[in-house]
Design a protein around this ligand. Structure first.
Ligand SMILES: Cc1cc2nc3c(=O)[nH]c(=O)nc-3n(C[C@H](O)[C@H](O)[C@H](O)COP(=O)(O)OP(=O)(O)OC[C@H]3O[C@@H](n4cnc5c(N)ncnc54)[C@H](O)[C@@H]3O)c2cc1C
Length: 479
């Protein structure tokens, strides 16, 4: 067991140490709050990265104090502790890579309050994003972060990865929509961060530090979230273009005018070719790129906003601008975009799916370079995503289990990341580093900054028990 607080996975503790810890947890939390049967524990050893590791036991606390008990016990016994929400993350961040204890937040699932007058919700981390949206929606509000997995994923997971979705282009990510946190640091210290108000600058901003830290610094036990009133009107548009460069020019123009859309999604030519021939696809033959745009607001302002977007989106390469007249037509405009993910899963179930970000002004250049990289490495690359943020889901199709393909896909991926950084982008917009991207972190973050981050980790988690083997490039982190 390392006591340096480095990001290297500590030894998962000798069987005797772990047994003693599990006995202590059963003693203190009660037998129904600790799972030990491997058949039960496997369920908590995976995420959507398809990696898995069996934890020695699963602890299911229902309140903050029980989390303190678990963290302190893991420290005493020098056993790793990995907090998890619903395991829908794609980077292996919730996989207990070093074994030890998996802490599930499924019983920390209470919405403590929805304070309409201050537009605030106070929730435990195990609350499902979709359940919060429904509860807030009944009162005329929503919480902006909207991962596509919202019906399954937890608020704790959203905070752990700073997860967002299409609405981030207008309303921001968890970092812009969270006022404060209650948490337990890796050494067992209880902490409160931020405040209840929308302004506040007392002390360091630990709220934004903990959001996106993937459970490596502290376990969040409560979150004070900023709600937004539901806009009464929503317009959906679909704009098609001959070339990706035409669509990318339109994205920059749309983002440079004041009527900010609430969603601005794109599909490139390779994506469109995947869904051609499907019932949901009614795109003309000369379409080489597509934007789906949503604009929301008061009834009086939506028509004006749509007109401003139409003007900005229009250029010589535009094929068609369509605005949905009702909800049915809106669903049909989205249908082609929604058919894409299942189509990808069928063609390449083990595809590599990255979520890089480039400045919106460099998007066309990036997609063009991806086309060339695909040809050079003989890898089919399909791109779509949140154009308004320059957040592009780059999908390398192939079978990484085939050694030949794996080699080509890895070389291609390294080149993709290189191009992203050269264009002034970042390696992950919303999926996080976890286990999957650790090897590349040093390409983006310079050594001095990385060393400082490790010192921060040591302050929060001196024994290095929290989610070891994640986020930092060091250590073998073998799973
Ligand atoms: C079909 C599908 C669609 C998706 N769409 C999107 C999308 O549109 N946008 C997007 O951003 N992501 C998306 N994701 C990824 C994933 O759903 C999100 O990252 C989500 O926020 C993870 O939530 P979770 O509860 O499953 O967290 P988990 O996967 O269980 O955990 C994720 C990370 O958060 C940490 N964590 C969990 N709880 C806490 C806590 N209480 N305190 C501290 N850290 C904690 C974990 O340790 C881990 O590092 C998608 C995934 C799937 C399967």
């Amino acid at each position: 067991m390392t006591t340096t607080g480095s990001a290297d996975p500590p030894m998962s503790g000798s069987p005797q140490t772990t047994d003693a810890l599990v006995d202590e947890l059963i003693d203190r939390l009660g037998p129904d709050a600790v799972l030990t049967d491997p058949a039960d524990c496997w369920t908590y050893g995976y995420d959507n990265s398809r990696r898995q590791q069996l934890p020695a036991a699963v602890a299911m606390p229902g309140e903050h104090d029980a989390v303190v008990t678990i963290v302190q016990a893991c420290n005493r016994h020098s056993v790793p502790l990995t907090v998890r929400g619903r395991g829908t993350g794609t980077a292996g961040a919730a996989v207990p890579a070093a074994g030890g204890i998996a802490l599930s937040t499924e019983r920390l699932d209470r919405i403590h309050a929805i304070d309409e007058r201050n537009r605030v919700a106070v929730v435990q981390p195990g609350v499902c994003n979709g359940d919060l949206q429904r509860a807030a929606g009944e009162l005329g509000f929503f919480w902006p972060p909207d991962p596509t997995s919202s019906d399954y994923c937890s608020i704790g997971g959203n905070l752990g990865c700073n997860s967002a979705g299409p609405r981030a282009v207008k309303y921001g990510t968890p970092r812009e929509n969270t006022l404060g946190l209650r948490a337990v640091a890796g050494d067992g210290t209880s902490l409160r961060t931020g405040c209840y108000t929308t302004k506040g600058v007392v002390g360091y901003d630990f709220t934004r530090l903990l959001i996106g830290s993937e459970g490596t610094l502290a376990i969040i036990t409560e979150a004070t979230l900023l709600l937004t009133p539901l806009p009464p009107c929503l317009a959906t548009m679909r704009v098609t273009y001959r070339e990706m460069s035409d669509a990318a020019a339109a994205v920059s123009a749309i983002m440079a005018q004041p009527s900010t859309p609430r969603a601005l999604e794109f599909m490139d030519e390779a994506s469109i070719s995947l869904i051609r021939g499907m019932e949901q696809c009614d795109l003309a033959d000369d379409v080489g790129a597509m934007l789906i745009i949503e604009f929301d607001g008061l009834e009086a302002t939506v028509a004006e906003g749509v007109e401003a977007i139409r003007t900005a989106a229009s250029n010589g390469g535009m094929v068609e601008f369509r605005q949905a007249r009702d909800a049915v037509e809106s669903a049909s405009l989205w249908a082609a975009r929604k058919a894409l993910s299942p189509a990808l899963r069928t063609i390449a179930p083990k595809k590599i799916n990255e979520d890089v970000v480039v400045p919106v002004s460099r998007m066309a250049e990036f997609i063009d370079k991806l086309k060339r990289l695909g040809a050079r490495h003989d890898v089919r690359i399909v791109n779509f995503g949140h154009a308004g943020n320059g957040n592009i889901h780059v999908n390398l199709l192939g079978d990484p289990d085939d050694p030949g393909e794996q080699e080509r896909m890895s070389a291609c991926l390294a080149d993709v990341f290189d191009v992203v950084l050269r264009l002034g982008g970042t390696l992950s917009g919303e999926h996080g580093v976890g286990f999957e991207k650790r090897a590349y972190v040093g390409l983006e973050i310079e050594p001095g900054t990385l060393a400082l981050m490790q010192k921060v980790k040591e302050q929060f988690d001196p024994a290095g028990i929290l989610n070891p083997g994640k986020l930092f490039p060091q250590g073998d982190g073998s799973i």
